[in-house]
Design a binder for this molecule. Structure first.
Ligand SMILES: Cc1cc2nc3c(=O)[nH]c(=O)nc-3n(C[C@H](O)[C@H](O)[C@H](O)COP(=O)(O)O)c2cc1C
Length: 328
């Protein structure tokens, strides 16, 4: 059944559902680099320039990926509320701050699309930074993750054991560069560690330190080490590189949508995912990642997937009302 147009367009609680859902998206260092404007049945996702990472994300790639993930969550929530949706990336040349525009279309009260059925996963998904169990991820599940990324214009490339070994070397090289970069360390100190109530990554979410060399990213980079446990990580993790065909801000936004679609499908199978992006953030090392997955691809993210050994810690969020700039 399609609901008639003389209903109020959006109720206050529906705007809350939409924006709270968008805000649950992952973002680098949990900066939550988004703001929102709601005009009738149009929801705009805006880039918040005060929440970017100029040192660690100089190009803005990771920020756009976060915006794409937030836009995908918006679609999920809108579909759960019964709306058909269409979406435009960077829709208005006069408003370059608008990253994504979501149009809410006809509304159905009895059918929920497959995307809407992912709504329950929004709150269950968390970035996991601990070891995985030895349980294998079935090829069928991997294919579902691939299909989810592909549906948004991205691809997942799963690495074999030899590529994993090469990746480990590249990640260590990236860690070495990070640790000697004052600007990066200062920026990370602003967002990572300690107690956090609205944004950033609290120390409790950093996970254990690897007891021996592992394919891993330690975001702490020396902060809060005293309070952390150690653990043995899997020796041959399931690693995927998420790529796009081109490398511009529109493609980064699509990468974010593909990421979030895959993450929500992964969550529905109780899979956990962590990020190993240090190699993407350094241009010469990123080209070595390209050597691993093919020269026609543009690597955007490196993900580790598996069944988690323990529950992931939660990260805080800014109340949705604070990120709503305009509603008319
Ligand atoms: C583009 C992007 C890059 C990220 N890079 C890393 C990373 O390199 N290491 C890491 O541990 N987490 C990384 N994350 C995960 C964020 O830290 C995480 O999404 C954020 O802290 C919010 O927590 P949540 O995912 O549990 O909701 C990244 C997330 C995004 C979207």
């Amino acid at each position: 059944m399609v609901i008639q147009r003389d209903d109020p367009l959006l109720h206050h609680d529906e705007v809350g559902i939409l924006l709270r859902s968008a805000g649950l998206a992952p973002s680098m260092h949990n900066t939550q680099p988004w703001r929102f404007e709601v005009t009738g049945q149009v929801v705009d996702v805006l880039l918040d320039e005060d929440r970017t990472l100029p040192a660690e994300d100089h190009s803005g790639r990771m920020t756009r990926i976060g915006l794409g993930a937030a836009a995908f969550n918006l679609r999920v929530a809108a579909a759960m509320l019964g709306f058909e949706t269409t979406l435009a990336i960077e829709p208005d040349p006069d408003r370059p701050d608008i990253a994504v525009r979501l149009f809410l279309g006809a509304r159905h009260s009895t059918t929920i699309s497959p995307i809407g059925s992912l709504y329950g996963e929004l709150r269950r998904r968390h970035t996991y930074r601990g070891p995985m169990t030895t349980a294998e991820v079935s090829p069928l599940v991997l294919e579902r993750l691939n299909a989810a990324a592909r549906a948004e214009g991205a691809e997942l490339h799963w690495l074999d054991q030899a590529a994993n070994r090469e990746l480990e070397q590249i990640l260590h090289a990236a860690d070495g560069l990070d640790l000697h970069d004052e600007d990066r360390l200062t920026e990370r100190g602003r967002w990572v560690g300690g107690d956090r109530t609205q944004d950033g990554i609290p120390q409790a979410a950093l996970g254990p330190v690897p007891a021996r060399s592992a394919i891993f990213r330690d975001l702490a980079a020396g902060f809060d080490q005293h309070a952390r446990s150690s653990a043995v990580f899997e020796t041959n993790p399931r690693i995927a590189v998420l790529t796009t065909a081109v490398d511009d801000s529109v493609a980064w936004t699509r990468a974010g949508m593909g990421l979030q679609h895959s993450l929500l499908i992964a969550t529905s199978y109780d899979l956990a995912v962590s990020f190993l992006n240090q190699a993407i953030e350094h241009v010469p090392l990123r080209s070595r990642i390209q050597d691993l997955v093919g020269h026609s691809t543009r690597p955007q993210l490196i993900l580790r997937a598996g069944y988690p050994d323990h529950a992931a810690a939660e990260t805080p969020r800014i109340p949705w009302q604070k990120s709503l700039d305009r509603w008319q």
